[in-house]
Design a protein around this ligand. Structure first.
Ligand code: HGY
Ligand code: MN
Ligand code: MN
Ligand code: MN
Length: 428
């Protein structure tokens, strides 16, 4: 959409920033926690309302809308050469408890606004353009991150584990899916696998979830790699007992074992030799959870990441050794040490990085190449097509908390870069 002077896009190449903000606010109202926080968990009623909302916008844009067996939603703008691999974009709208309203959402509603902007400017796609709302990027309900994109990427073991995984109310994945309108046989899970040439490129717009772009005053981040995430669940069991009557030498306190392991995670991460290694114990549950009862069971969930996969795996092995040592020293049983996922990092595809750079230059927007320390559905889309991500600044880098914020101007910049990136990739 060149302007009359043949330079970059014309002034008419304007994002409807007010409309986008209104949609973000409306979507944020589908939440199981009070504003300004957002809680929207996979297959909950609020999630179903959000899905209906997104499909409504896709239909208004005249996109061909389809859903797969687990609820990945696709809105396609058919191109003139529809048989070619499409250009995909998208992100997620599920939100972890008490989080914000921009994580993922900017990459779904912003992508739909990018499509609308291209339509308004008379663009005609050669390769089809497709917006994907991935069914669940957050691990909240079943402990599986990027569940929809992981399955689309054809991860075989997921077709097994999804048959018997349950949430913390003991509801199975299949029952939860059915309650949201996605009734399926376990055999249907394989139907989610994408065939490899479905997309010629995939690009995701997302808030940075870090402070760099805002601090350096740079409006656009071009992601060159996504860090390698891993998650582990650990359980310790002891005899528990009366907090008054059992003397200290007679105890095997599962709660203290968990506390010691959490500190061991921090120690092993800090000793990795790199600032790029991070470790978090975001869940630590004690049973029975009474002030005057010695914890007889503890449950921890550990998140370890690094841009270097081997360094991350070394930390995991050290954590495993510490868990065994702690169980021996404290006389508690290490009843579970389970690696839920141990994913490799992903590199962005050159064709997508080039297209993003081209778009930013066309728009005279300064950009910075950077890695993503957060994981995204793009981590798995990288297994089925060249991938890239566009970051926009967010307030103080805040994310996964209610103060998360991205300005309409920053979102408009991201939407324009996405629109031009997709246009270029579509005509390739
Ligand atoms: O945890 C993550 O990196 C992602 O934002 N869910
Ligand atoms: Mn997130
Ligand atoms: Mn996200
Ligand atoms: Mn993410």
């Amino acid at each position: 959409p060149a302007s009359d002077d043949g330079e970059g896009p014309s002034a008419a190449f304007r994002v409807d920033a007010e409309g986008l903000q209104r949609q973000i606010d409306e979507l944020a109202s589908f939440s199981d926690s009070p504003a300004p926080s957002v809680t929207r968990v996979l297959y909950s009623d609020k999630d179903v309302q959000a899905r209906r909302y997104i499909k409504g916008i896709m239909n208004q844009l005249g996109l061909a809308v389809r859903e797969d067996a687990v609820g990945n939603i696709f809105g396609r703008w058919e191109g003139s050469e529809a048989e070619l691999g499409a250009v995909g974009t998208g992100s997620h709208v599920d939100a972890i408890p008490f989080s914000g309203k921009y994580d993922g959402v900017v990459g779904v509603l912003g992508a739909l606004e990018a499509i609308s902007l291209l339509k308004r400017s008379g663009f005609q796609p050669k390769r089809s353009l497709e917006v994907i709302m991935f069914t669940s990027e957050e691990p909240t309900r079943f402990g599986i991150s990027c569940l929809g994109s992981r399955l689309m990427a054809g991860i075989e073991e997921l077709t097994q584990s999804l048959r018997n995984v349950v949430d913390n109310q003991n509801v199975s994945f299949l029952d939860a899916a059915e309650s949201a309108g996605y009734k399926m046989d376990p055999e249907d899970l394989r139907s989610v696998f994408l065939n490899k040439d479905s997309y010629s490129a995939f690009v995701e717009l997302h808030i940075e979830q870090g402070p760099i772009l805002e601090k350096e005053g740079i409006p656009i981040g071009i992601v060159t790699a996504i860090a390698a995430p891993a998650s582990i669940t650990v359980e310790f069991e002891g005899n528990g007992g009366h907090a008054g009557a059992v003397l200290m030498p007679a105890r095997n306190d599962a709660g203290l074992a968990a506390a010691e392991l959490a500190l061991a995670v921090e120690k092993h991460v800090l000793e990795s030799g790199s600032i790029d290694t991070v470790g978090t114990v975001g869940i630590l549950q004690l049973h029975p959870g009474a002030i005057n009862s010695i914890p007889s069971k503890s449950h921890l969930e550990i998140d370890v990441r690094d841009i270097d996969e081997k360094r991350r795996n070394d930390v995991i092995e050290k954590v495993r050794r510490s868990a065994t040592e702690i169980s021996k020293n404290r006389g508690v049983v290490l009843s579970e040490f389970k690696i839920i996922n141990q994913d490799p990092p992903a590199l962005s595809g050159k064709s997508v990085v080039d297209a993003m750079e081209f778009a930013a230059k066309q728009l005279n927007l300064e950009y910075k190449k950077m890695i993503s320390r957060a994981y995204h559905d793009s981590l798995f889309m990288a297994r089925v097509s060249p991938m890239g991500m566009i970051f926009i600044p967010c307030y103080k880098g805040y994310s996964h908390k209610p103060k998360e914020y991205a300005s309409p101007e920053d979102m408009s910049n991201g939407v324009k870069v996405l629109a031009l990136t997709m246009a270029k990739l579509s005509l390739d």
